[in-house]
Design a protein around this ligand. Structure first.
Ligand code: MTE
Ligand code: MO
Length: 390
């Protein structure tokens, strides 16, 4: 096996931009658990409230991440039993007609489906150097599913937005333990709330949402980080001014530059809410530090996302990013979905640094340099992996 010292040495030898992940030997080195309801084997980050990460090999098998191994993230405790017949979605605030809808009421609206990546804003946080505080995810705090439900827009139309509506706020059944702590509530600007693909979903990959992924209803905001995808949704409030609540005004803020990037230790400067995701390609069949037998061509596979546009191209490099070759893409399941890639590299005996990078349909190329910010959000630089051949 590669030692930490050889990895550091090779990281220093590689081009400055190619920073090696020293955080984890690989995804599998952290404890695994199969103890959670409706979940198979997951990486355990925290049991209560649960933080469960998807092992990387799961993404190597299919375009859609199985519900049983879809990652889980909760800030607060939530009910463990929900009676679907009694669940109500309340719509109020700056509307003409406040409503309280049952699941049966929702099921009468036109049905929509969208394939979309759900990714935590802190996905990959545990890989930042220098380290940052927060859930120490590797890159498994993401997943792709076929979400099914109704358009948020259609539900808002039933209640009728009043003139001057600015934002739409969402809350779920979970609640903080500590008195006075802020409820987990997130808002979308009203123009984004009214877009075609924002759904109130109750199905994920053809089945009911797992409890841990937000049964019985969750918001789906394709192209935006999952902090907005409020689970166990029971409250929608239309606001006539910007949401000044903790989870919008104080949390999930990133440096106000396109890459969410500042020098470690530099003043934070102006910050803006985390919103759209960025293109990423992640290798799923090889883990960092793995030793592989020599072959003429070493298969390299993975998943790519385009952020807020579809994936146009994925390229591989076997020489620390000096040269790149485009690889074959899997089926196009739409703008918001994972797109798998299938390639191969001729790797020499000894240590190789391999990389994959995505380009989206807007022409945005995944940068080679890793971005950094104190909360570890929006990580989207190329992820180099060290592979030992022989
Ligand atoms: N009600 C509620 N919804 C929530 C959260 C939460 O704590 N409570 N966490 C958000 C965050 S930060 C993430 S990353 C996603 C995780 O979605 P998942 O658990 O289905 O993977 O849920 C989002 N929706
Ligand atoms: Mo998150």
């Amino acid at each position: 096996m590669l030692t930490r010292r050889t990895l550091i040495a090779s990281a220093l030898a590689a081009p400055a931009a190619a920073q090696i992940n020293l955080g984890f030997a690989d995804n599998g080195s952290r404890p695994l658990t199969s103890e959670f309801p409706q979940k198979g084997e997951m990486i355990l980050q925290r049991s209560s409230p649960p933080l469960l990460e998807t092992p990387m090999h799961v993404f190597d098998v299919s375009d859609f991440t199985p519900n049983s191994q879809f990652y889980v993230r909760w800030h607060y405790p939530f009910p463990l039993q929900i009676d679907p017949a009694r669940h109500r979605l309340h719509i109020g605030g700056h509307v003409n007609k406040p409503l309280s809808l049952s699941l049966a009421d929702l099921a009468r609206l036109p049905r929509h489906r969208v394939a979309a990546v759900n990714q935590c804003a802190g996905n990959g946080r545990g890989l930042f150097a220098p380290r940052v505080v927060g859930a120490q995810w590797a890159n498994g705090a993401m997943g792709n599913a076929l979400w099914e439900g109704v358009r948020l827009r259609d539900v808002l139309a039933l209640a009728g937005l009043r003139g001057g509506a600015v934002a739409v706020r969402f809350g779920g059944l979970d609640a903080p333990i500590n008195e006075g702590a802020p409820d987990y509530e997130k808002s979308l600007p009203v123009d984004h709330a009214l877009t075609d693909d924002v759904l109130i979903a109750w199905k994920m990959n053809g089945s009911s949402l797992p409890l841990l992924n937000g049964y019985p209803l969750r918001l789906v905001v394709p192209g935006w980080y999952s902090t907005y995808w409020v689970k166990m949704l029971d409250q929608i409030t239309v606001l006539d001014q910007a949401d000044s609540g903790f989870w919008m005004a104080k949390a999930y803020l990133q440096p106000a530059n396109p890459l969410a990037d500042i020098a470690p230790g530099a003043p934070a400067g102006p910050r803006v809410p985390v919103t759209v995701m960025r293109p990423r390609a992640i290798i799923t069949n090889i883990s960092h530090g793995q030793r592989l037998p020599p072959r003429t061509l070493t298969p390299v596979r993975g998943v790519a996302m385009g952020g807020d546009h579809g994936v146009k191209m994925v390229e591989l490099s076997g020489d620390s990013g000096k040269s790149w070759v485009p690889v074959q893409l899997g089926p196009d399941l739409g703008r918001w979905s994972f797109r798998r890639f299938f390639g191969a590299l001729a790797l020499a005996p000894g240590q190789n640094i391999i990389m994959a990078r995505a380009t989206n349909a807007a022409g945005t190329v995944q940068p080679l340099a890793q971005n950094w910010n104190p909360s570890g959000y929006n990580r989207a630089g190329v992820e180099p992996l060290a592979v030992e051949i022989g």
